[in-house]
Design a protein. Sequence first.
Length: 220
Amino acid sequence: SIVAPHHCCGCGKVGGLLCSHCRNNIISEPYDVCMNCGLQAWRDGVCDRCRVDYQKAWIVGPYHETLGSIVRQVKFDAARAGLDEIARLIADRLPVLPDDVCIVPMPTIRRHIRLRGFDHTNYIARRLSRLKGLPVARRLERRHNAVQVGASRSRRRKQAREAFCLVGIIDPTLTYLLVDDVVTTGASMREAAKILRKGGARNVWAVCLAREALDGGDNI
């Protein structure tokens, strides 16, 4: 922290990856768009056009500038401090949740875990668990190591359909909250929710830090 201190991803202030002023600016501006398509969602984070297997969804903000910079610092510069900031932002975006909610991290590609030295979504989920007082249930695993960065929309959807498998037992009395850092086409979140529902979950919700536009535009 003395030799190479972090700088705020929003304003550049020395001391941390996100200063209190920039954090408040992000949280004070609700980002009410559909997690799946990016169009405006009037309630619960899902628009009337989309048919998905999660009933509610929350997004902290768009993937650009400050939020995009935090994610890149974590994924490409191994800045673990950014994981705490992501978890705090997600916790602030979420409403008060009932006691029957459990947190399900979206599975990370094993090769990325080896390269970074940590599983970023699992870390975010565990940190969010402490902030919200809710348990973590790792009910999904990766089937393969296909990378979605740079893939086309159709390729991402195909990869997502083959990406996950269910592990453990689903309790139908619980609500499962899927947690991820970035959503682009929404394909992975859709398929993860579908697997949980097929496994017996009645209620599936979703939350992510940021939604990214593919090829410069939203995905319908």
